[in-house]
Write a protein that binds this ligand. Sequence first.
Ligand code: NAD
Length: 256
Amino acid sequence: TLKGKTAIITGSNSGIGLGVARELARAGANVVLNSFTDRPEDHKLAEDLGKEFGVVARYIKADMSSAEECRALVEQAGICDILVNNAGIQYVSPIDKFPADKWNAIIAINLSSAFHTTAAALPMMREAGWGRIVNIASAHGLTASPYKSAYVAAKHGVVGLTKVTALETAEEPITCNAICPGYVLTPLVEAQIPDQMKTHNMGREEVIKKVMLERQPSREFATVEQLGGTAVFLCSDAAAQITGTTISVDGGWTAL
Ligand code: NAD
Protein backbone atom coordinates (compact mmCIF):
# COMPACT_ATOMS: atom_id res chain seq x y z
CA THR A 1 0.00 0.00 0.00
CA LEU A 2 1.09 3.55 -0.77
CA LYS A 3 -0.84 5.09 2.12
CA GLY A 4 0.83 8.27 3.34
CA LYS A 5 2.90 8.73 0.20
CA THR A 6 2.35 11.71 -2.06
CA ALA A 7 2.58 11.35 -5.84
CA ILE A 8 2.94 14.13 -8.39
CA ILE A 9 1.81 13.14 -11.88
CA THR A 10 2.57 15.64 -14.65
CA GLY A 11 0.04 16.04 -17.46
CA SER A 12 -2.66 14.19 -15.57
CA ASN A 13 -5.99 15.81 -16.40
CA SER A 14 -6.55 13.19 -19.11
CA GLY A 15 -5.34 9.96 -20.68
CA ILE A 16 -2.47 7.95 -19.24
CA GLY A 17 -1.57 10.52 -16.57
CA LEU A 18 -5.08 10.45 -15.14
CA GLY A 19 -5.14 6.63 -15.35
CA VAL A 20 -1.85 6.42 -13.45
CA ALA A 21 -3.09 8.94 -10.86
CA ARG A 22 -6.24 6.88 -10.33
CA GLU A 23 -4.32 3.62 -9.78
CA LEU A 24 -1.86 5.33 -7.38
CA ALA A 25 -4.84 6.78 -5.46
CA ARG A 26 -6.53 3.36 -5.45
CA ALA A 27 -3.31 2.04 -3.86
CA GLY A 28 -3.66 4.70 -1.15
CA ALA A 29 -1.36 7.49 -2.34
CA ASN A 30 -2.25 11.16 -2.07
CA VAL A 31 -2.03 12.67 -5.53
CA VAL A 32 -1.19 15.96 -7.18
CA LEU A 33 -2.75 16.29 -10.62
CA ASN A 34 -1.29 18.74 -13.14
CA SER A 35 -1.69 20.31 -16.53
CA PHE A 36 -1.17 23.75 -18.07
CA THR A 37 -4.83 24.82 -17.74
CA ASP A 38 -6.52 26.17 -14.61
CA ARG A 39 -10.20 25.46 -15.18
CA PRO A 40 -12.83 24.60 -12.55
CA GLU A 41 -13.11 21.11 -14.11
CA ASP A 42 -9.39 20.50 -13.51
CA HIS A 43 -9.84 21.10 -9.78
CA LYS A 44 -13.11 19.15 -9.80
CA LEU A 45 -11.25 16.14 -11.25
CA ALA A 46 -8.92 16.16 -8.23
CA GLU A 47 -11.81 16.69 -5.80
CA ASP A 48 -13.76 13.73 -7.23
CA LEU A 49 -10.70 11.48 -7.27
CA GLY A 50 -9.97 12.33 -3.63
CA LYS A 51 -13.54 11.44 -2.63
CA GLU A 52 -13.60 8.23 -4.66
CA PHE A 53 -10.44 6.79 -3.09
CA GLY A 54 -10.38 8.57 0.28
CA VAL A 55 -7.04 10.27 -0.35
CA VAL A 56 -5.86 13.87 -0.46
CA ALA A 57 -5.98 15.00 -4.08
CA ARG A 58 -4.99 18.40 -5.43
CA TYR A 59 -4.66 19.98 -8.85
CA ILE A 60 -1.75 22.34 -9.48
CA LYS A 61 -1.50 24.28 -12.72
CA ALA A 62 2.00 24.34 -14.23
CA ASP A 63 3.15 24.47 -17.84
CA MET A 64 5.69 21.71 -18.41
CA SER A 65 7.24 23.66 -21.30
CA SER A 66 8.65 26.10 -18.72
CA ALA A 67 11.65 25.09 -16.58
CA GLU A 68 10.52 27.47 -13.80
CA GLU A 69 6.98 26.10 -13.73
CA CYS A 70 8.23 22.48 -13.64
CA ARG A 71 10.26 23.26 -10.54
CA ALA A 72 7.45 25.40 -9.08
CA LEU A 73 5.04 22.45 -9.41
CA VAL A 74 7.21 20.32 -7.12
CA GLU A 75 7.89 23.22 -4.73
CA GLN A 76 4.18 24.07 -4.51
CA ALA A 77 3.27 20.44 -3.85
CA GLY A 78 5.77 20.68 -0.95
CA ILE A 79 6.24 16.93 -0.80
CA CYS A 80 7.07 14.39 -3.49
CA ASP A 81 7.56 10.72 -2.66
CA ILE A 82 6.51 9.54 -6.11
CA LEU A 83 7.15 11.52 -9.28
CA VAL A 84 5.51 10.41 -12.52
CA ASN A 85 6.77 12.35 -15.54
CA ASN A 86 3.97 11.84 -18.02
CA ALA A 87 3.21 15.15 -19.79
CA GLY A 88 3.79 14.80 -23.49
CA ILE A 89 2.76 16.01 -26.93
CA GLN A 90 3.26 14.72 -30.47
CA TYR A 91 3.86 16.31 -33.86
CA VAL A 92 4.37 14.43 -37.11
CA SER A 93 6.33 15.80 -40.08
CA PRO A 94 9.38 14.93 -42.21
CA ILE A 95 12.59 16.37 -40.75
CA ASP A 96 13.17 18.90 -43.51
CA LYS A 97 9.68 20.33 -42.96
CA PHE A 98 9.56 19.93 -39.16
CA PRO A 99 8.82 23.38 -37.64
CA ALA A 100 11.60 24.41 -35.23
CA ASP A 101 9.06 25.65 -32.67
CA LYS A 102 7.38 22.22 -32.62
CA TRP A 103 10.77 20.55 -32.14
CA ASN A 104 11.54 22.89 -29.24
CA ALA A 105 8.13 22.37 -27.62
CA ILE A 106 8.36 18.57 -27.81
CA ILE A 107 11.89 18.51 -26.40
CA ALA A 108 10.80 20.88 -23.60
CA ILE A 109 7.55 19.13 -22.61
CA ASN A 110 8.48 15.48 -23.30
CA LEU A 111 12.12 15.54 -22.11
CA SER A 112 13.38 18.67 -20.33
CA SER A 113 10.37 18.80 -17.98
CA ALA A 114 11.42 15.43 -16.52
CA PHE A 115 14.91 16.81 -15.85
CA HIS A 116 13.54 19.86 -14.02
CA THR A 117 10.93 18.02 -11.93
CA THR A 118 13.48 15.33 -11.04
CA ALA A 119 16.00 17.99 -9.98
CA ALA A 120 13.38 19.60 -7.74
CA ALA A 121 12.05 16.31 -6.33
CA LEU A 122 15.31 14.51 -5.46
CA PRO A 123 16.13 16.67 -2.40
CA MET A 124 12.62 15.97 -1.04
CA MET A 125 12.99 12.22 -1.63
CA ARG A 126 16.38 12.24 0.08
CA GLU A 127 14.90 14.15 3.02
CA ALA A 128 12.06 11.62 3.27
CA GLY A 129 14.45 8.67 2.85
CA TRP A 130 12.38 7.08 0.08
CA GLY A 131 11.46 7.89 -3.48
CA ARG A 132 10.16 6.54 -6.75
CA ILE A 133 10.52 8.21 -10.14
CA VAL A 134 8.50 6.75 -13.01
CA ASN A 135 9.05 8.28 -16.43
CA ILE A 136 6.42 7.59 -19.07
CA ALA A 137 8.56 7.08 -22.17
CA SER A 138 7.21 5.09 -25.14
CA ALA A 139 7.92 2.23 -27.50
CA HIS A 140 9.38 5.20 -29.39
CA GLY A 141 11.95 5.49 -26.57
CA LEU A 142 13.38 2.18 -27.83
CA THR A 143 12.47 2.10 -31.54
CA ALA A 144 11.76 4.70 -34.21
CA SER A 145 9.17 5.63 -36.81
CA PRO A 146 9.59 8.06 -39.70
CA TYR A 147 8.25 11.62 -39.31
CA LYS A 148 8.43 11.56 -35.50
CA SER A 149 11.96 12.97 -35.11
CA ALA A 150 11.31 15.20 -32.10
CA TYR A 151 9.12 12.67 -30.28
CA VAL A 152 11.51 9.74 -30.84
CA ALA A 153 14.53 11.86 -29.88
CA ALA A 154 12.78 13.12 -26.72
CA LYS A 155 11.62 9.64 -25.67
CA HIS A 156 15.08 8.12 -26.24
CA GLY A 157 16.32 11.04 -24.13
CA VAL A 158 13.88 10.14 -21.36
CA VAL A 159 15.26 6.59 -21.30
CA GLY A 160 18.80 8.02 -21.04
CA LEU A 161 17.81 10.41 -18.24
CA THR A 162 16.16 7.47 -16.45
CA LYS A 163 19.47 5.55 -16.43
CA VAL A 164 21.49 8.52 -15.16
CA THR A 165 18.95 9.28 -12.41
CA ALA A 166 19.07 5.62 -11.35
CA LEU A 167 22.87 5.63 -11.16
CA GLU A 168 22.97 8.86 -9.15
CA THR A 169 20.49 7.40 -6.63
CA ALA A 170 21.68 3.77 -6.79
CA GLU A 171 22.87 3.61 -3.17
CA GLU A 172 19.76 5.33 -1.83
CA PRO A 173 16.21 3.99 -1.31
CA ILE A 174 15.18 5.79 -4.47
CA THR A 175 14.53 4.17 -7.85
CA CYS A 176 13.98 5.57 -11.32
CA ASN A 177 12.51 3.60 -14.21
CA ALA A 178 10.75 4.24 -17.49
CA ILE A 179 7.51 2.66 -18.68
CA CYS A 180 7.40 2.26 -22.46
CA PRO A 181 3.80 1.99 -23.64
CA GLY A 182 2.86 0.87 -27.11
CA TYR A 183 -0.44 2.16 -28.47
CA VAL A 184 -2.75 3.03 -25.58
CA LEU A 185 -6.49 3.55 -25.85
CA THR A 186 -6.87 7.12 -24.53
CA PRO A 187 -9.67 9.54 -25.41
CA LEU A 188 -7.29 11.09 -27.96
CA VAL A 189 -6.73 7.77 -29.72
CA GLU A 190 -10.44 6.87 -29.47
CA ALA A 191 -11.23 10.16 -31.23
CA GLN A 192 -9.01 9.20 -34.20
CA ILE A 193 -10.88 5.95 -34.90
CA PRO A 194 -13.86 7.42 -36.85
CA ASP A 195 -11.48 9.41 -39.14
CA GLN A 196 -9.30 6.39 -39.78
CA MET A 197 -12.41 4.31 -40.56
CA LYS A 198 -13.39 6.87 -43.22
CA THR A 199 -9.87 7.25 -44.66
CA HIS A 200 -9.36 3.50 -45.02
CA ASN A 201 -12.99 2.62 -45.67
CA MET A 202 -12.87 -0.03 -42.94
CA GLY A 203 -15.01 -0.96 -39.95
CA ARG A 204 -13.94 -0.18 -36.39
CA GLU A 205 -12.34 -3.56 -35.58
CA GLU A 206 -10.56 -3.78 -38.93
CA VAL A 207 -9.07 -0.28 -38.77
CA ILE A 208 -7.92 -0.92 -35.18
CA LYS A 209 -6.25 -4.25 -35.96
CA LYS A 210 -4.89 -3.57 -39.48
CA VAL A 211 -4.03 0.13 -39.40
CA MET A 212 -3.70 1.48 -35.87
CA LEU A 213 -2.21 -1.64 -34.26
CA GLU A 214 -0.13 -2.65 -37.26
CA ARG A 215 3.06 -2.60 -35.12
CA GLN A 216 1.48 -4.05 -31.96
CA PRO A 217 1.58 -7.86 -32.33
CA SER A 218 -1.11 -8.42 -29.68
CA ARG A 219 -3.52 -6.36 -31.87
CA GLU A 220 -4.91 -5.00 -28.61
CA PHE A 221 -4.47 -1.50 -27.21
CA ALA A 222 -2.80 -1.21 -23.83
CA THR A 223 -5.11 0.48 -21.30
CA VAL A 224 -4.47 3.36 -18.91
CA GLU A 225 -5.38 1.00 -16.05
CA GLN A 226 -2.58 -1.39 -17.11
CA LEU A 227 -0.11 1.50 -17.19
CA GLY A 228 -1.31 2.65 -13.77
CA GLY A 229 -0.88 -0.89 -12.46
CA THR A 230 2.68 -0.98 -13.80
CA ALA A 231 3.44 2.32 -12.06
CA VAL A 232 1.99 0.99 -8.78
CA PHE A 233 4.21 -2.10 -9.12
CA LEU A 234 7.30 0.09 -9.64
CA CYS A 235 6.39 1.88 -6.40
CA SER A 236 6.06 -1.39 -4.46
CA ASP A 237 8.66 -3.09 -2.24
CA ALA A 238 8.90 -5.90 -4.80
CA ALA A 239 10.40 -3.37 -7.21
CA ALA A 240 12.96 -1.90 -4.81
CA GLN A 241 15.87 -3.37 -6.80
CA ILE A 242 14.42 -2.46 -10.17
CA THR A 243 16.12 0.76 -11.22
CA GLY A 244 17.50 2.35 -14.36
CA THR A 245 15.52 0.14 -16.67
CA THR A 246 12.52 0.15 -18.96
CA ILE A 247 9.31 -1.85 -18.75
CA SER A 248 7.50 -2.20 -22.05
CA VAL A 249 3.71 -2.38 -21.99
CA ASP A 250 3.39 -2.71 -25.73
CA GLY A 251 1.78 -6.02 -26.70
CA GLY A 252 5.08 -7.23 -28.17
CA TRP A 253 5.95 -4.16 -30.29
CA THR A 254 9.63 -4.13 -29.27
CA ALA A 255 9.98 -7.90 -29.68
CA LEU A 256 9.41 -7.63 -33.43
P1 NAD B 1 -3.03 13.00 -23.56
O1 NAD B 1 -2.95 14.07 -24.59
O2 NAD B 1 -4.34 12.41 -23.19
O3 NAD B 1 -2.31 13.45 -22.23
C1 NAD B 1 -1.24 14.34 -22.21
C2 NAD B 1 -1.31 15.09 -20.92
O4 NAD B 1 -0.24 16.03 -20.88
C3 NAD B 1 -2.62 15.88 -20.79
O5 NAD B 1 -3.05 15.84 -19.45
C4 NAD B 1 -2.18 17.28 -21.17
O6 NAD B 1 -3.00 18.26 -20.57
C5 NAD B 1 -0.78 17.30 -20.61
N1 NAD B 1 0.07 18.33 -21.18
C6 NAD B 1 0.30 18.61 -22.49
N2 NAD B 1 1.11 19.68 -22.60
C7 NAD B 1 1.39 20.07 -21.34
C8 NAD B 1 2.15 21.13 -20.79
N3 NAD B 1 2.80 22.03 -21.56
N4 NAD B 1 2.22 21.24 -19.43
C9 NAD B 1 1.55 20.39 -18.64
N5 NAD B 1 0.82 19.37 -19.10
C10 NAD B 1 0.73 19.21 -20.44
O7 NAD B 1 -2.03 11.85 -24.09
P2 NAD B 1 -1.61 10.44 -23.46
O8 NAD B 1 -1.73 9.47 -24.56
O9 NAD B 1 -2.28 10.18 -22.16
O10 NAD B 1 -0.05 10.68 -23.23
C11 NAD B 1 0.57 10.71 -21.95
C12 NAD B 1 2.03 10.31 -22.09
O11 NAD B 1 2.10 8.98 -22.56
C13 NAD B 1 2.81 11.16 -23.09
O12 NAD B 1 4.12 11.39 -22.58
C14 NAD B 1 2.86 10.29 -24.31
O13 NAD B 1 3.98 10.57 -25.12
C15 NAD B 1 2.95 8.92 -23.68
N6 NAD B 1 2.56 7.82 -24.57
C16 NAD B 1 1.28 7.71 -25.07
C17 NAD B 1 0.95 6.64 -25.88
C18 NAD B 1 -0.45 6.45 -26.45
O14 NAD B 1 -0.65 5.56 -27.29
N7 NAD B 1 -1.45 7.20 -26.03
C19 NAD B 1 1.92 5.69 -26.20
C20 NAD B 1 3.21 5.83 -25.68
C21 NAD B 1 3.51 6.90 -24.86
